[in-house]
Ligand binder design. Structure first.
Ligand code: HEM
Length: 437
């Protein structure tokens, strides 16, 4: 554990799993700090799910989890739509089989479609302009992400520099463009829903939210919600759900291409359990231990969030052996934990079998695993993304084979983006149709 006064703020970094577990699970660390690199994306610190605090956040989190579960999050009733997206993705990838190309944006649209059907009852065609505009804006944001963090390091920049200069320095225009694209997309969906709302037959999360807004004050939750809350929640869900799951999947495809023995073992298991292209369901999970181990190893090894989303303390608080002053920003260092030999043998090796026991059964990591965070602010979409990873990756491996372009290797170095571990999305990969197809 070490602290660092970056600019005007004390940042505390915790590397050790036991200290992270003990402190992040405590009520004292349930708060999110106001850090610019997050508020830039979502725009509003006091509303929504990712950054809000206090009873408002607690009630909204419960409200959202209840409705996402009712809409099938992580449950069998959502399986058909994930299977459909996975099959569409296989069909689209088959069209470019034999050519070395970067993974197409179709994969990201397929992932957006799963969450957007629960939220807005809408699916996009893979080449639909609206969704591609969002995807491009997000890619531009990711490419200039580091500039935003400048304001967190030197918050006084905000008062010293004239706004136009600050905007140029921090590439704010690119980020505002992302928010504009996202907000206009979300606002259109809300307006369409409001016109056709039937309060007795809610279709999706937007409908449930609009019904809640109509109640003056919910006596059970104490929440009074407005359309602004809905916009921020949708932006949060969109932002949190899509980039994370899609990027994990892309890392998974790169690992398959890089480690052919892993891919062969997964193909063998899938071919035996799901012969002749039988579609995978959630019930098959137990019968696919190696595939399940692969998914967990992808989550451990890719560590796309190098840190758990930051927390803060609202009073001086004891963490480990230290008293951490009020308002410090606290980071749980996931990458350090995932590569700690205390928890994993040869941690720098990609080895799915580390999650198999002697009987060949999958054993979920109990200690030293932080891909979805920990404690009361644990990721709200873990069951959804695990379900997507299972169905998408199994279906892709069933029908396609992934390898490096001839004479080349797959590079696993991270793209130069702070905080996140992003692959080089322009890297080419060769997709072949499997003979069994
Ligand atoms: C592979 C996919 C994903 C990864 C690796 C991931 C990871 C994370 C992490 C590390 C956090 C911070 C947790 C903490 O502070 O302890 C988080 C929070 C969150 N995630 Fe995810 N996530 C994924 C997918 C999703 C999906 C599909 C959703 C959709 C519902 C989602 C919604 C959220 C929300 C709303 C929060 C904020 C929770 C809060 O502050 O109360 N995530 N996620």
């Amino acid at each position: 554990m070490f602290s660092w006064k970056i600019g005007e703020r004390l940042m505390v970094f915790i590397h050790d799993f036991d200290t992270i577990k003990e402190s992040f699970k405590s009520i004292d660390l349930v708060y999110r700090p106001q850090v610019e690199y997050l508020t830039f994306i979502i725009g509003n610190f006091h509303q929504g799910l990712l950054l809000a605090n206090g009873p408002y956040w607690h009630s909204l989190r419960r409200f959202t989890l209840r409705h996402l579960r009712d809409l099938g999050m992580g449950k069998s009733r959502l399986v058909t739509s994930v299977q459909y997206e996975a099959s569409e993705l296989v069909n689209s990838m088959k069209k470019t089989a034999g050519e070395a190309k970067p993974i197409s944006s179709d994969l990201r649209v397929a992932v957006i479609n799963v969450i957007w059907q629960m939220v807005a009852s809408k699916r996009f065609e893979f080449d639909e302009v609206q969704v591609l505009r969002y995807d491009n804006a997000l890619a531009k944001y990711a490419a200039t992400f580091e500039w935003v963090t400048l304001v967190d390091i030197f918050p006084s920049m905000k008062s010293i520099l004239p706004r136009p200069l600050l905007n140029i320095l921090t590439k704010r225009n690119d980020h505002e463009h992302l928010m504009d694209v996202l907000k206009s997309h979300v606002k259109t969906s809300i307006d369409e829903h409001a016109k056709t709302l039937d309060i007795n037959n809610p279709r999706d999360y937007i409908d449930e939210f609009l019904i809640e807004i109509k109640k003056e004050k919910n006596s059970k939750t104490g929440l009074t919600l407005s359309e602004k809350d809905l916009i921020v929640c949708l932006a949060d869900i969109f932002g949190a759900a899509f980039q994370t799951t899609a990027t994990t999947m892309i890392w998974g495809l790169f690992y398959l291409a890089k480690f052919p023995d892993v891919q062969k073992r997964m193909q063998k298991e899938i071919d035996e359990i799901l012969p002749n292209g039988t579609q995978v369901t959630l019930e098959d999970k137990l019968r696919l231990p190696y595939t399940e181990a692969f998914i967990n190893e992808v989550l451990r090894y890719s560590v796309i969030n190098r840190f758990i989303l930051p927390r803060t303390v609202i009073k001086d608080t004891k963490i480990g052996e230290y008293i951490v002053p009020k308002d410090s920003v606290i980071f749980g260092f996931t990458e350090a934990v995932h590569f700690d030999s205390k928890h994993y043998d040869s941690p720098t090796q990609f080895r799915p079998e580390r999650f198999l026991n002697d009987a060949g059964k999958f054993e979920a990591p109990k200690e030293g695993f932080l891909a979805f965070g920990i404690g009361r602010r644990l990721c709200m979409g873990e069951s959804l993304s695990r379900m997507e990873l299972l169905i998408f990756l199994t279906t892709l491996v069933q029908h396609l084979e992934f390898s490096p372009p001839e004479g080349e290797t797959i590079e696993l170095e991270s793209a130069n983006v702070p905080v996140l571990n992003m692959p080089n999305f322009n890297q080419k990969i060769l997709i072949s149709v499997r003979k069994t197809d």
